[in-house]
Design a protein around this ligand. Structure first.
Ligand SMILES: CC(C)=CCC/C(C)=C/CC/C(C)=C/COP(=O)(O)OP(=O)(O)O
Length: 289
């Protein structure tokens, strides 16, 4: 078991933690459980200031909070968890801060695939989502290694968004869709079938009609590895999405507890899930209409 998660939990619940948690999780399981929860881990630097810690310590405690949260989610039966770990905009921070985050990330990603890690304990397949070539080489290599090492895990999914923004994801998916269509057209023309833009998919189209549909773009999204999230939990009370899962969050519940990410706990997950359950049938109807 990940040491970080154990200490985080012990601080919160003491020795009754595990039993108490299991009771609550069983009660919650009576109603529908969200399939996919996404987290915006906001407030790590503010935590550092609040506790007078050295710069960077907040992100370390934040990682422990994440490990504990993953455990609660997977014990509850949530199949997919997504976390916003590093946005493309975060590259604008001071070089020392970016460097320190890269080092932390490399260390923690390497830790994720160790035998005793939470990932192996729960059979989690890990995906790194985003424009990975923007990350430092050691982080990119660690991320690729973790994806390969966990590729046969099938009980749950963890998507870690790094060098990610939604707008970048959408632009990338549109570009890929255009490229795919263009390749199809070229192939058809080369085969001598005499097709062109107008008759690519067998239907005649008027000029100005579009060839790229929602499904084409969706298929090329980085986040195509998971269904749309049911809940986004953003720590620190902020209600902005900050360029996170914009395409995927139309029918998703946004829950923003007034707590800094390193201080987030089991109780915040419980409230978010209760809120989801309270809105379950309403949201289901909304998705249909
Ligand atoms: C491998 C892995 C998943 C590592 C994750 C490590 C981790 C907790 C990263 C969080 C990074 C980040 C920029 C959080 C936002 O808080 P902030 O720094 O913007 O703090 P603030 O909101 O107080 O300014």
């Amino acid at each position: 078991m990940d040491k970080g998660s154990t200490s985080h939990e012990t601080q919160r619940f003491g020795s009754f933690g595990s039993f108490f948690r299991r009771c609550i999780l069983s009660i919650l399981s009576i109603a529908p459980i969200p399939n996919h929860i996404a987290f915006i881990m906001d407030g790590n630097r503010r935590y550092c200031k609040k506790k007078n810690l050295m710069e960077g310590a907040g992100h370390r405690v934040g990682f422990s909070a994440l490990m504990a949260m993953l455990r609660y989610c997977y014990e509850l039966g949530v199949k997919c968890v997504t976390v916003y770990a590093f946005s493309i905009d975060n590259f604008k921070r001071r070089p020392e801060e970016v460097q320190s985050l890269m080092e932390l990330m490399q260390e923690k990603i390497e830790g994720l695939i160790k035998e005793e890690s939470i990932v192996n304990h729960y059979g989690i397949r890990v995906y790194f989502i985003g424009n990975l070539k923007l990350m430092s080489k050691p982080v990119r290599l660690a991320a690729e290694k973790a994806m390969v090492a966990t590729a046969s895990n099938s009980r749950a999914v963890l998507s870690i968004c790094i060098a990610y923004t939604s707008t970048d994801e959408i632009v990338h998916a549109v570009q890929e869709s255009c490229q795919e269509k263009w390749d199809e057209i070229r192939e058809l023309n080369a085969s001598g079938a005499g097709y062109g833009l107008i008759e690519l998919d067998g239907n005649r189209r008027e000029q100005g009609e579009h060839y790229i549909g929602v499904a084409d773009v969706e298929k090329h999204m980085y986040m195509a590895v998971a269904p749309d999230p049911d809940i986004i939990i953003r720590a620190s009370g902020e209600t902005r999405l900050s360029n996170f899962l914009l395409w995927q969050s139309s029918y998703c519940l946004l829950y923003s507890p007034f707590v800094l990410w390193p201080e987030i706990g089991f109780q915040h997950l419980v409230w978010a899930v209760l809120e989801f359950q309270r809105n379950y049938f309403y949201l289901k109807e909304k998705k249909k209409s």
